[in-house]
Design a protein around this ligand. Structure first.
Ligand code: TXA
Ligand code: MG
Length: 319
């Protein structure tokens, strides 16, 4: 039996399988089986008000989940699927309430990863999957991250490091435009190219989106967005540092450079994995430099701000 067949058998029996996508690893279950989906919430320790994204392998499965006939869905699907775009659409009755936290809408995406697509096809059902981490913690970009932090998963499909490294962009279609509920792998500019009529009404950010908590993606150690004045309170030889292009302002115990060439896409692929590495290392505090807020840099800064603690001058404070 292949790994995909084993994993699909577990999904069909109501189990929970971690699998790679092009963004981050997901923790999946049969989206149409409420008891299986309940186990995702249990294993992740995820609050029930935070809805899940449902993953599909073809447009036939989309029809099972949403009866929306908005022609923009097809334009977006043609341009970005399979890929890192999640559409929030009105749901059908077949989608269990537990998947959507009782909302009348469901988040749907077609992942761009052969193992994810094979798993969905072999299982014969859409797969509900949040990122495969404990609630509020760092998203996994390698199977080893899942093994370490979610050993309770029934099975882990190992597809190596994920290509994009940051979660999908989530959008909600509105009558006169769209709203970006979470910035991610697809930028606003790329979306507006496909939906030019939305140019004026492509809004970013929404306080009312469920699951969009201020604090999220947190390493288990104090984590701050770097400001030069912090150097007077922090002991560099006990701290970890994440540099954008490689200028390291002190002799830190461990320092990583995201992209010497200043390539934001390269930064996106590395950011969670570098944060995991520093979290598992013996540094006491982690500092990360801001990156330019353009293109995918908007999604990177969204994750860094949510991971960071407010600075009050005491590096050990958040413990
Ligand atoms: O790249 C990704 O999107 C990854 C991979 C595994 O596909 N998944 C992921 O899922 O990041 P998760 O659970 O970490 O984030 C899902 C978020 C929720 O927190 C919520 O904010 C939003 O998607 N969401 C899901 N359904 C929604 C709905 N009906 N209305 C509004 N927001 C929704
Ligand atoms: Mg997540």
């Amino acid at each position: 039996m292949t790994a995909i067949e084993t994993a699909a058998g577990i999904i069909q029996k109501g189990g929970v399988v971690a699998f790679p996508t092009e963004t981050v690893y997901g923790l999946g279950a049969n989206a149409l089986n409420p008891r299986a989906v309940a186990r995702i919430f249990e294993l992740k320790e995820r609050p029930s008000f935070d809805p899940l994204i449902v993953h599909i392998a073809d447009m036939e499965q989309l029809k099972v989940l949403s009866s929306s006939e908005d022609p923009r869905i097809w334009k977006l699907a043609e341009a970005f699927w399979p890929g890192p775009l999640t559409l929030v659409l009105p749901k059908t009755e077949q989608v269990p309430d537990i998947v959507t936290s009782g909302l009348p809408s469901v988040g749907i995406r077609m992942p761009d990863h052969p193992m994810a697509l094979d798993l969905i096809r072999e299982s014969g059902c859409p797969i509900a999957a949040p990122s495969a981490n404990k609630f509020g913690r760092l998203s996994p970009t390698k199977a080893a991250h899942v093994k370490h932090h979610l050993p309770e998963a029934d099975y882990i499909l190992d597809g190596g490091a994920t290509r994009i490294g940051l979660e999908s962009t989530i959008i909600r279609l509105e009558p006169d435009g769209f709203q970006i509920l979470r910035p991610g792998g697809i930028t606003r500019d790329e979306l507006v190219k496909v939906l030019p009529e939305s140019l004026k009404r492509a809004r970013v950010g929404s306080p009312e989106a469920p699951g969009m908590l201020e604090s999220h993606y947190s390493p288990s150690k104090p984590f701050y967005l770097f400001e030069p004045e912090m150097l007077s309170s922090i002991v560099p030889s006990e701290a970890g540092y994440i540099s954008f292009q490689g200028e390291i302002p002190a002799a830190f115990k461990k320092a990583f450079t995201l992209s010497p060439a200043g390539d934001l896409t390269e930064c996106a692929t590395k950011i969670f994995s570098v944060m995991h590495e520093l979290q598992e290392s013996d540094v006491a505090v982690i500092l990360a430099e801001a990156v330019p807020e353009e293109g995918i840099g908007i999604a990177i800064m969204d994750r860094l701000r949510k991971a960071a603690h407010p600075w009050d001058g005491d590096p050990q404070a958040p413990q």
